[in-house]
Design a protein around this ligand. Sequence first.
Ligand code: SF4
Length: 146
Amino acid sequence: MLLLSGIADYVVIGEGEEPFYKIITSIVNNENVDNIIGVKTLSNIYNLDTFSQNMNLEDLPTPDYSDIDLNLFNPKLISVYSNRGCPFRCHFCSEHSLFGKKFKRERALKKFIYDMKILYEKHNINTFSISDSLINSSNQWLEEFF
Ligand code: SF4
């Protein structure tokens, strides 16, 4: 819909960090974006094999919000995550479709806490929305976190 109506030039299906980076670098380098996994354009809209998933969360850097005016956010709340993926199939839920059926990919607790620490120290963010697929998947993780 977004592509056909002309509202968007690109749609990322699945996990966006890597495809979004590749879209930007392709545009900067004047390259075609149609073959980037996870990216839909008007040219490849009917291809079924472009789905970005199963990134290694340990490879992702701490998000950099320095070019964004976080004062525009009301409430001043940022999403953070420590895991993606779920082995279950609840009918109302899209987590396993979006983030994979494997159990599960995690970001190390140390990095997860560092992500929040940076947001607090640099941007005075003290409210976080934890966007994990499953918050209660590991008792050990929860005990260490709390
Ligand atoms: S994330 Fe939760 S609601 Fe969604 S499929 Fe897994 S167990 Fe079910």
